[in-house]
Design a protein around this ligand. Structure first.
Ligand SMILES: [Zn+2]
Length: 64
C-alpha cells in the first residue's frame, strides 16, 4: 500500500518542508542534549548530563 501526498499549492509544500526541518532540528538538539552535552552548549555545568544520565545509558551512548 502506497501513501501519496499531493499538496494543492506550493505554499503547503513549503510549509510542510519547514515543519519537517523544524522537527529534524529539534530532534537533533534533543539528541545532543541527551547524548553529548556536558555543559558546553546548555551552560548548566554537569546538570544536564546528570539529568539525562539514565537516558544516555539506555541509548548506549558513551558516558563514563
Ligand atoms: Zn554514565
Amino acid at each position: 500500500m502506497a501513501v501519496v501526498h499531493s499538496p494543492s499549492s506550493t505554499a503547503q509544500s513549503v510549509g510542510a518542508a519547514l515543519a519537517a526541518l523544524g522537527i529534524v532540528l529539534f530532534a537533533l538538539l534533543a539528541l545532543y542534549l541527551v547524548g553529548f552535552d556536558q555543559g558546553a552548549l546548555s551552560r548548566t555545568g554537569m546538570y544536564m548530563h546528570e539529568l539525562m544520565h539514565d537516558g544516555r545509558h539506555l541509548l548506549g551512548l558513551p558516558c563514563h
